[in-house]
Ligand binder design. Structure first.
Ligand SMILES: Nc1nc2c(ncn2[C@@H]2O[C@H](COP(=O)(O)OP(=O)(O)O)[C@@H](O)[C@H]2O)c(=O)[nH]1
Ligand SMILES: [Mg+2]
Length: 206
């Protein structure tokens, strides 16, 4: 965990305090392959300082040939992001960013519990890294929107071509975003909320 920028423990900052009018909390998961912009999006849109966990798991090799006296070591980095955004006085979204690579799928089970929807972030230079993520969301029946993150050197495919390439149903929203910009990231989340609403899967507050 990154404590480098932590404030001294002097109590919550005013922006950390949830407004008393908040009545509905919705859990949203932000997914996508490595480097697509998950941490960036949560950081851009969160009204609390986003929490990013970086954990290194080490495991001594098992069954290593003793005669060589070599121990194998596997190092993996697990990164998760957490943030919060108030959409209006009543509705608060809790954002959980999680890696999409297959080796992190063990995280998904717990993380998706209670999640109403997901944002899939795409990097059009590496579309294939998102195929599995989308497939898994569909399997789990989690409604999602697709946000195409606009990296400067990324090919700009028409959105309908991307929809076809990803085999997305016509109802799934797909939009371009800039994960670094708060208003753009917020638009993505609003699109997800509207989509959830249209699917009649949302709380009454919407
Ligand atoms: N130009 C540009 N760079 C971005 C954008 N989103 C993310 N990045 C950069 O891409 C890199 C990976 O982003 P990150 O959020 O860490 O990806 P994650 O692995 O999905 O969490 C970082 O260096 C970001 O600064 C974007 O919209 N435009
Ligand atoms: Mg990240």
């Amino acid at each position: 965990m990154d404590y480098r920028n932590s404030d001294p423990l002097v109590g919550p900052r005013s922006e950390d305090i949830l407004p008393q009018t908040a009545t509905t909390a919705v859990k949203v998961v932000i997914v996508g392959g490595f480097g697509v912009g998950k941490t960036t999006m949560v950081g851009a849109v969160s009204e609390i300082r986003p929490l990013t966990t970086e954990e290194t798991m080490t495991r001594a090799g098992v069954g290593v040939d003793d005669t060589r006296g070599v121990a194998r070591k596997t190092t993996t980095t697990v990164a998760m992001d957490f943030g919060r955004i108030s959409i209006n006085d009543e509705l608060v979204l809790y954002l959980f960013g999680t890696p999409g690579q297959e080796r992190f799928w063990f995280l998904w089970r717990g993380l998706f519990e209670g999640a109403l929807g997901a944002v899939v972030i795409l990097d059009t230079r590496r579309l294939e890294i998102s195929f599995d993520v989308i497939g898994r969301l569909e399997e789990r029946g989690v409604p999602f929107v697709v946000a195409v993150n606009s990296f400067p050197d990324a090919p700009a495919h028409p959105l309908e071509e991307l929809r076809q390439a990803l085999d997305l149903p016509p109802t799934v929203p797909i939009l371009v975003c800039d994960a670094r910009r708060r208003d753009s990231a917020r638009d993505v989340l609003l699109t997800l909320m509207r989509y959830l609403h249209s699917q009649a899967a949302t709380p009454e507050a919407l």
